[in-house]
Design a protein around this ligand. Structure first.
Ligand code: F6R
Length: 615
């Protein structure tokens, strides 16, 4: 959500900042801007909409840009003030000598604004960020030192911020500061960087220093100084970033989403790697320090997550209750925060997040931590803020996910929950060994089954074409596939903007059936051999009797199924318990192709951002 890049050094300042912003664009894309220090002046360029518009703006004005030596850039996902050129970052103070970009929300911005207006500051935008520019300029008037001015100013800010700024009178230094929003310093040779995420740095350096809350970084092209809020210099470790530039390439696919869907067999292989060495032996989950003694005292598990990760959590609840007989609660992070929870020191709290930066989940996890719960984080970003809160950490190893709609991270989360549930069952001895062996055997075969789904998508594409003009969908399932239905419907909503609802199949008759007619397709997930199959089939018959169009996602070999359903998307043979791992793939593809046919911006759907760092 929003992206920041700051750069000073020997390279082409505009090029470095634009490339960094391009790699962050999936985080926010309603407007963009850049401030350059050029001929000892601060020059600011902004544009509404995607980064390409900023690139065009810079091209139009290139004759006035001479030789910038440092600069800061931003891509925005609007919180305060609509997307517009005026509200786009960077923001300046009244004299225009200072430029600042910001991620996060300043909660006390109204009070600060009033105070600053009374001191004569002239505001131009509706953003909370502009107060930061005026506040630092106000402090600078007293201190004549940018680092000290930032330190004094941030002490007055309430809320979350990662800020990056330059000042006309402080040649070639960039100052960054953070609290409850990610920020890191990229370490180069003859050049240094500040960014909100490692992906901005990936093409330039593999060395980075992560800032902690309340730390302030001052960088020049050959110096980095990091201090705490009182100005005491901090000794920081330089970390080596794990990513290669190729992680951000589309590898010939039209969209990142399609690439990431196709990566899923290898993602599963990665997650399983080293965890199931021999199906006769227990799974190896060294990351989770839960032994028999801790488990004996554990009276419940709570899982906290948002969006797609919340759906993975729902499947995780089903698995842990089914395999280990432990009571599991699942809560949307934003709900967990504002209620009296029963979390205590005998609770295992699992935070699930692709990005590891989702503000709702971070706040909820901090709350759980303050109640002494054991915190297990399942994330694709072991370098994230959420990961730093963990007592135990399961990294997803899915590789960078660029498309805003989560796909491969979901499948990695699912597999992680299978492993965790099996691990708990093995510690508790709650399932027959033969059952667990069969399960592990089948899990190892999942990647090749997904490869067979991906090798021929013609039926899914035909369905997408046929149904792309429908305005409403219901996805139904029971048991463990309720999570799959919810996730399938979310994928369709997100990237095609079609109204899609996931519903427990048995609940259809308790209300939603009233909406059914020939304009409302019902997509159902049916896995023969499973305990819910016959019941879901009956629910489909009820829908058919109301003239709804029926789409089946099924592994059934029964010819009769073609007589009941208008369209059948076939899955490879699979047990009901493992079927969510296969069933999510055609649903991702169906959403993808529908959005494609409708000409939607698949990778960057409107109003969304990849990592939601505001509550
Ligand atoms: C859905 C999607 C969002 C995220 C949600 C949580 O495709 O991407 O619903 O799942 O914002 O994000 P993380 O998992 O990063 O905490």
């Amino acid at each position: 959500m929003c992206g920041i890049v700051g750069y000073t050094g020997k390279g082409d300042v505009i090029d470095v900042i634009l490339k960094g912003l391009t790699n962050l664009e999936y985080r926010g894309y309603d407007s963009a801007g850049i401030a350059l220090r050029d001929e000892n002046k601060i020059k600011i360029y902004k544009a509404l909409g995607k980064l390409i518009n900023l690139k065009n703006e810079l091209e139009t004005n290139k004759s006035e840009i001479k030789n910038p030596t440092s600069g800061i850039g931003h891509i925005r996902w609007a919180t305060h003030g609509n997307p517009s050129v005026i509200n786009a970052h960077p923001h300046t103070c009244t004299c225009g000598k200072l430029a600042v970009v910001h991620n996060g929300i300043i909660e006390n911005y109204k009070e600060l604004r009033e105070i600053l207006i009374s001191k004569g500051c002239k505001f131009k935008s509706q953003t909370d960020t502009e107060v930061i520019a005026h506040l630092i300029a106000d402090e600078y008037a007293n201190t004549k030192n940018l680092e000290a001015a930032v330190r004094n100013a941030v002490k007055k800010l309430q809320g979350a911020y990662a800020i990056c700024l330059i000042h006309e009178d402080e040649p070639d230094i960039i100052v960054g500061a953070r609290k409850h929003a990610p920020m890191l310093v990229g370490v180069g040779e003859g050049e240094n960087f500040i960014a909100s995420d490692t992906t901005a740095l990936i093409e330039y350096t593999k060395r980075a220093i992560y800032l902690e809350d309340n730390e302030i970084a001052v960088i020049s092209k050959d110096k980095i100084k990091i201090t705490d809020i009182e100005g005491i210099e901090q000794v920081k470790k330089i970390e080596v970033l794990p990513w290669e530039p190729v992680a951000l390439s589309k590898l010939g696919y039209k969209h990142y989403m399609l690439k990431e869907i196709n990566e899923q067999p290898d993602v599963i292989r990665n997650v399983l790697n080293g965890k199931i060495s021999d199906i006769q032996n227990p799974v190896i989950l060294n990351e989770v320090s839960l032994n028999k003694d801790i488990l004996k005292n554990l009276n419940k598990i709570q899982i906290i997550a948002c969006g797609t990760s919340l759906h993975a959590a729902m499947a995780g609840k089903f698995l842990m209750e089914e395999f280990a007989g432990i009571s599991v609660e699942v809560e949307a992070s934003s709900e967990y925060i504002y209620k009296r929870t029963t979390t205590d020191s005998s609770t295992l709290v699992i935070g699930v997040s692709q990005s590891g930066e989702t503000a709702d989940t971070i706040t909820a996890i901090k709350q759980a931590k303050s109640k002494n719960a054991h915190i297990l984080i399942i994330t694709n970003r072991p370098d994230s803020n959420m990961a730093r809160l963990a007592d135990s950490l399961i990294p997803l190893n899915a590789g960078i996910e660029v498309s805003v709609a989560a796909t491969k991270s979901y499948i990695a989360q699912l597999i992680s929950f299978y492993l965790l549930a099996i691990h708990l069952a093995e510690i508790k001895d709650s399932l027959p060994k033969s059952y667990l062996q069969n399960l592990k055997h089948e899990m190892i075969q999942l990647p090749s089954k997904i490869e067979s789904i991906l090798s021929d998508t013609s039926v899914i594409q035909a369905c997408a074409r046929k149904y792309s003009s429908y305005k409403n969908f219901i996805y139904i399932a029971r048991g463990i596939n309720l999570a799959t239905a919810l996730e399938g419907a979310l994928k369709l909503k997100e990237i095609s903007y079609i109204n899609a609802t996931g519903y427990p199949a048995g609940e259809l008759k308790h209300g939603p059936i009233a909406m059914l007619d020939e304009t409302m397709p019902v997509l159902s997930i049916l896995i023969p051999g499973g305990i819910t199959y016959e019941k879901v089939l009956s629910n489909c018959e009820e829908a058919k009797a109301r003239n709804a169009k029926l789409i089946a996602l099924t592994s059934s070999e029964d010819e009769n199924i073609n007589n009941i359903f208008d369209d059948v998307i076939k899955l490879p043979k699979v047990s009901e318990i493992l079927s969510p791992v296969l069933a999510c793939v055609p649903l991702q593809l169906l959403s993808y192709y529908i959005a494609e046919f409708l000409g939607k911006d698949v990778d960057q759907p409107r109003n969304l951002a990849k990592s939601v760092t505001v509550e």
